[in-house]
Design a protein around this ligand. Structure first.
Ligand SMILES: [Mn+2]
Length: 474
């Protein structure tokens, strides 16, 4: 029996795990071996693959062409035609992006075929996690059609706690990649975050170590250096905008190589990010709520020992109807409790054509539960207040060092949160640790909570100015 070693993964005191391409059977297996093997080597053994004791090694293995053929054969899964939903507003953007998505699909399929280490980082909200979940289901579907590939031990799923990619993240990813040795370069996949100035240095740090597939839908800010990367896909660069949510984008990307139905997951992403394209389909809405809850507070769903949420956990939970219904019920109850208190404790500032509501979120939630998180609650609060008052408005929700802002869609063109944040960063550079987001939904993280009142006063002032400004001449 002969094969080519594709990767080795060292894991503490246990024997390393190896992926080996079997030249005759044209498939990859995952095994442990007490004999040390090197990626790139051809090996022959008379033992069974799950108990390798003695091997014969060729340093220039003869099966390399078979390995390339295998990778090409996996790439046959690429689909020619764009995945369309029937909604022209979405499909126009998808059609423009499709070639780029197919190129990314080709990269992913090659990594999967050659057992490269893959890290998938996704934003910890309904949008980001639905993207990871859709991708996970799609890779599962692919592996049923291409049973030769082995990927589970090679993919690390990491939930991203912030909207930028930090040097800490870059260090972590490098260490994960370094626990492998592989013939194929590692791959980093980013979903729904990272398009921020703060990511610049960390990407510089890892760009030679990884190939990167990057799917985001945040507006590309001036000074962000990586939107020209070959495998950076953002609807803003293809005639779309943030309504084309990143989880939805990841599902569409997955359609370049998979046929599995992800409609519910797609809609969960759109609902979760308050996209114009969200449909009232209640199934997707409940999944969105479920994802929102478990990414905000993983302990509620998985217990204290599971701080990281991966698609494996999500999938198990989704399959468990009783538990799923229980958690969705819990989320709804918590939201309505918090909403009741919030509506009674907001401050209101009058502006021309719209009012600004400021909510101190701290102390409003119960100590034990992190759910709902202030940033996501602010979207719900905006909808509720606009509904009750019957007019567009702006909400500012703050908790600890975080300030989250949301603006009614009717005020777009008049109010621009990106401009507010830019101005705050200029006046109070030393107080702001990070800030960014969309035109109608943004957030700031302060360096120090003590100056919060000052920053919020400034935000309200800037918003009032924007509301008062004359509309631009037509
Ligand atoms: Mn998003």
């Amino acid at each position: 029996m002969q094969g080519i070693v594709l990767n080795s993964k060292s894991q503490g005191r246990e024997d390393p795990r190896y992926c080996i391409f079997l030249t005759d059977e044209k498939k990859v297996i995952s095994v442990r071996s007490s004999v040390a093997l090197k990626p790139g080597e051809g090996i022959r053994t008379n033992d069974s693959w799950d108990a390798i004791r003695t091997v014969e090694v060729e340093s220039n293995p003869s099966g390399m062409q078979e390995l390339e053929d295998f990778s090409e054969q996996v790439s046959d899964a690429l689909q020619g035609k764009p995945y369309l939903t029937g909604d022209g507003r979405i499909d126009n953007v998808t059609v423009k992006m499709w070639e780029r998505l197919r190129l990314c699909g080709y990269v992913l399929l090659r990594k999967l075929a050659l057992a490269a280490p893959i890290i998938v980082r996704f934003h910890n909200d309904a949008d980001g996690s639905s993207g990871a979940y859709g991708l996970y289901k799609s890779i599962g579907d692919l592996s049923e059609r291409k049973p030769g590939i082995r990927y589970r031990h090679n993919i690390s799923w990491i939930m991203q706690q912030s909207v930028s990619y930090s040097t800490y993240d870059a260090g972590t990813d490098t260490m994960i990649a370094n626990s492998y040795s592989s013939v194929e370069k590692p791959l980093l996949v980013m979903i729904d975050f990272g398009t921020a100035m703060e990511s610049n240095n960390s990407i510089e740090q890892i760009k030679d170590r990884f190939d990167i597939i990057w799917m985001d839908h945040h507006p590309v800010v001036e000074g962000f250096g990586w939107s020209a990367l070959e495998n950076y896909v953002n609807p803003w660069n293809f005639g779309g905008d943030s309504n084309y949510a990143a989880g939805f984008l990841a599902c569409v990307f997955s359609k370049t190589f998979s046929r599995i139905d992800t409609k519910e997951i797609e809609n969960a992403s759109l609902v979760g990010d308050c996209s114009l394209y969200a449909s009232a389909n209640s199934k997707g809405a409940d999944l969105s709520l479920l994802l929102d809850l478990i990414t905000s507070d993983p302990k509620v769903a998985f217990g204290p020992a599971t701080p990281n949420v991966t698609p494996y956990e999500i999938d198990k939970l989704v399959a468990d109807e009783g538990r799923r219904a229980e958690l969705v019920g819990f989320a709804k109850m918590r939201l309505s409790e918090v909403m009741d208190i919030a509506l009674k404790s907001m401050k209101r500032y009058r502006g021309e054509s719209a009012a600004i509501y400021v909510l101190d979120f701290e102390g409003l939630r119960d100590e034990q539960s992190k759910y709902p998180l202030p940033g996501r609650f602010s979207s719900r609060l905006l909808d509720k207040v606009a509904e009750i008052k019957g007019e567009p408005c702006i909400v500012v929700v703050h908790s600890g060092r975080f300030i989250s802002m949301r603006v009614s869609r009717e005020l777009s063109g008049k109010v621009d949160l990106a401009a507010v944040i830019a101005s705050i960063k200029e006046s109070y550079a030393e107080l702001i640790e990070a800030g960014g987001g969309h035109m109608l939904a943004s957030g700031i993280k302060l360096a120090d909570k003590a100056e919060k009142a000052k920053v919020i006063r400034e935000i309200v002032l800037l918003l009032k100015k924007q509301l008062a400004a004359d509309p631009e001449p037509a």
